[in-house]
Design a protein around this ligand. Structure first.
Ligand code: DAH
Length: 344
């Protein structure tokens, strides 16, 4: 058989073997057998040189065409086999439900804080911040809280570093402590800017309490401070009522009771009630402390109490969240059990 006549059958045999390759390894093998450096088809090409001159052009053309055809058949089969190798071995059931991605959420305390902040922003308050690691000056002295006040007692306050003042009778306003309330932010803000002031300061506070259903050694408060000329208790009541109605709905009732705080005069406590409080079998729930800023506090930060007046308040954020969502144990907020957190 002449070389020319060999081309066709050889090509067909090579094509058949490539198409029959069951996997990529078999295909690579077939490639080697036919068009590799020592392949059968390659050998045919090498014989081209020995042909008589007049037969060379036709045979060369036929060999080249066959080679192109073989290479493209090889590439096509390779693609098929690669796809087959990438498919799952098990049959897929495309009607099965998809895998749902768990979407994260803000913690309920963060949600409540954001809502409180949003309500105060509507009436011109801005958010201020202060450190959780405070000192006696900002947490107590500047707030007119005397050294023998029970709030300073080591029962209530986490002191840091020099665990306790070695000479309690000597005041050390720089003594470090974890703030027991956000009222320290009032002092930081007033010391850093002239009046008027209209701020709220949400944040974490610390007390040496044992955890139970209504107490935890850390919890959150939101402080408010408004200083301007001619500020009254009426402004305080109106503001607090506005914010609570925004947060808890229109059926909210507030009651202001006389109280004592060293940094306000007069001082008041705010009681709260709504349908949920009644359902809990209570008439009122204490929710915040507030009052008109004490003139001594203004003196302590360099504001003239003859010119400026103001009010301040402090709410517990957990309390509000518990009322809002009907939660009966404060510790649930800190356990971070997703079954609890996922509900809000
Ligand atoms: N700091 C008080 C507390 O932790 C709450 C408070 C009462 C804040 C009266 C105030 C205020 O700003 O005027 O219980």
């Amino acid at each position: 058989m002449s070389l020319f006549n060999e081309i066709g059958p050889l090509k067909e045999a090579a094509l058949a073997e490539m198409k029959a390759a069951a996997d990529l390894a078999a295909l690579e093998h077939a490639k080697g057998v036919w068009i590799g450096p020592h392949g059968k088809f390659t050998a045919l090409m090498k014989q081209l040189g020995a042909l008589p001159k007049e037969e060379k052009p036709a045979a060369g053309k036929a060999i080249n065409a066959a080679k192109v055809e073989l290479e493209s058949a090889l590439a096509a089969r390779r693609e098929e086999l690669e796809l087959k190798a990438a498919l799952p071995k098990e049959p897929s059931d495309f009607t099965l439900p998809g895998r749902r991605r768990a979407v994260g959420k803000l913690h309920p305390l963060t949600q409540v804080t954001d809502d409180i902040v949003r309500a105060f922003r509507k009436i011109g308050f801005v958010v201020a911040d202060g450190p959780e690691l405070e000192d006696e000056f900002h947490c107590f002295d500047a707030l007119n809280t005397p050294a023998d006040h029970p709030a300073r007692d080591t029962q209530d306050t986490f002191y840091v570093g020099a665990a306790e003042n070695p000479q309690p009778e000597i005041r050390n306003p720089k003594l470090s402590l974890l703030r027991t309330h956000t009222s320290s932010v009032q002092i930081r803000v007033m010391k850093s800017q002239p009046p008027p002031v209209r701020i709220i300061a949400p944040g974490r506070v610390y007390r040496r309490d044992s955890a139970d259903a209504t107490h935890n050694p850390t919890f959150h408060q939101i402080e408010g401070l408004y200083v301007d000329k001619g500020v009254t208790v009426g402004d305080l009541k109106g503001t607090v009522e506005f914010v609570f109605k925004e947060l808890m709905g229109p059926d909210v009732k507030l009651r202001f009771r006389p109280h004592y705080f060293s940094y306000t005069e007069p001082s008041l406590e705010i009681d709260f009630t709504n349908a949920l409080v009644k359902k809990l079998g209570k008439e009122w729930l204490e929710i915040a402390g507030c009052g008109m800023v004490h003139p001594q506090v203004f003196e302590n930060v360099g504001y003239d109490p003859e010119v400026w007046s103001g009010w301040a308040f402090g709410f517990g954020i957990e309390r509000i969240a518990m009322l809002r969502y009907g939660i009966n144990d404060i510790r649930l907020f800190y356990e971070n059990d997703v079954r609890f957190l996922g509900q809000f």
